[in-house]
Ligand binder design. Structure first.
Ligand SMILES: Nc1nc2c(c(=O)[nH]1)N[C@H]1C(S)=C(S)[C@@H](COP(=O)(O)O)O[C@H]1N2
Ligand SMILES: [Mo]
Length: 335
């Protein structure tokens, strides 16, 4: 449980010795030993760098992914070289409305989420509908590390080292039929585990969707980890979507159902405010939100009085990879 202390400029997290479970320290020690002994592979070396940079983490961490087999991704565009956001920022500044609407709510509340047992039902227009246990999903394809920019529609961004594999790996396995033009992602909505599911902030469950060709794009990621470790609950454990060229809300957390459909899905945010949020939600500096500009963004962790806002990039910087998906489309109309 996280302890928050009052500081001059708001709340700050307690020091690691106060809150980091002993197991995490022991696991780090074992990890460093493995490195010294040379028993860690090259993928581990990458993780070592992450680990070193993550030492500033002051948020409880759920532990290593097993097996430790993540490779650097070979997917073009999947490994941005930008400075990583700190673990503590990624895991304590969250949008996960099922656990509250303040950025600091999910890290405090999401410990009630039960991530085992967990299943994902895959249904609709597919030849092989099936229900997969999380253990099977973890083995569906080799785990890869992907370092993506995440741009929230609210005007902030981070750089996050995810672990997972292309959503297309799962899609190929279930063999979509010709009627599968869109994919819907339904996330858990259990008021017993998620206090705010009783509230009416959104029409639960949180549903997101992609066009099938977007879902098949190799950059569309099913993520199961973060910084080489198990996904913290507040980041959408045990399995979530990450669509780096779209605003963050498309990246549905804690998925329980994936449905292949013919019609464009009615997504939670479109239902909540259709004049503000569209189905596509591609990051686009030229299409403003009705209440604010999308031309620039604030990088979390660089906060400060004199932080220079960064220019927001078309498709969040993934235009070379995904621009072709939208050739000839009016991106103002289809926002
Ligand atoms: N189920 C669910 N998924 C969700 C949300 C949510 O409220 N509920 N918020 C979205 C928003 S607005 C963003 S910006 C990202 C944030 O992901 P992160 O907390 O891992 O950075 O999750 C998205 N996925
Ligand atoms: Mo967001």
């Amino acid at each position: 449980m996280l302890i928050l202390k009052r500081h001059a400029n708001g709340f700050e997290h307690a020091t690691p010795s106060e809150i980091t479970p002993r197991a995490v320290y022991e696991q780090r020690r074992a990890f460093v030993k493995a490195l010294a002994a040379g028993t860690a592979g090259s993928a581990m070396a990458l993780w070592a760098q992450r680990e070193a940079r993550a030492q500033d983490g002051t948020v409880a961490r759920p532990g290593q992914l097993a097996p430790l087999a993540a490779q650097r991704s070979a997917v073009p565009g999947a490994l941005t070289m930008e400075k990583l956001s700190a673990y503590k920022d990624i895991a304590s500044y969250n949008n996960f409305y099922e656990f509250g609407t303040d950025k600091s709510d999910p890290v405090r509340n999401a410990h009630t989420l039960q991530t085992r047992p967990w299943t994902v039902a895959i249904e609709g227009a597919v030849k092989k509908p099936q229900t997969l246990a999380i253990e099977d999903i973890l083995k569906l394809a080799p785990l890869e590390e992907r370092i993506y920019r995440l741009r929230c529609v609210e005007g902030w961004s981070m750089v996050i080292p995810w672990v997972g594999f292309s959503l297309s790996e799962l899609i190929k396995r279930v063999e979509p039929t010709g009627n599968a033009r869109y994919v819907e992602f339904h996330t858990l909505a259990d008021p017993k585990q998620m206090p705010y599911v009783r509230s009416s902030v959104l029409d639960w469950p949180y549903v997101e969707g992609l066009r099938i060709d977007e879902a098949m794009h190799p950059l569309a990621l099913l993520a199961v980890g973060l910084y080489g470790e198990v996904l913290p609950n507040q980041n959408g454990a045990p399995v979530r979507l990450v669509v780096p060229w779209k605003y963050g809300f498309k990246s549905a957390k804690s998925i329980v159902k994936i449905r292949f459909v013919e019609k464009e899905p009615k997504t939670a945010w479109v239902k909540a405010a259709v004049q503000e949020y569209g189905f596509y939600s591609n990051v686009n500096p030229k299409v403003d939100h009705p209440r604010w500009s999308q031309a620039t963004e604030r990088r979390i962790g660089e906060d400060g009085l004199f932080q220079k806002k960064r220019p927001t990039q078309m498709f969040n910087g993934y235009e070379a990879q995904v621009g072709q998906l939208y050739a000839g489309m009016d991106l103002v109309k289809y926002y």
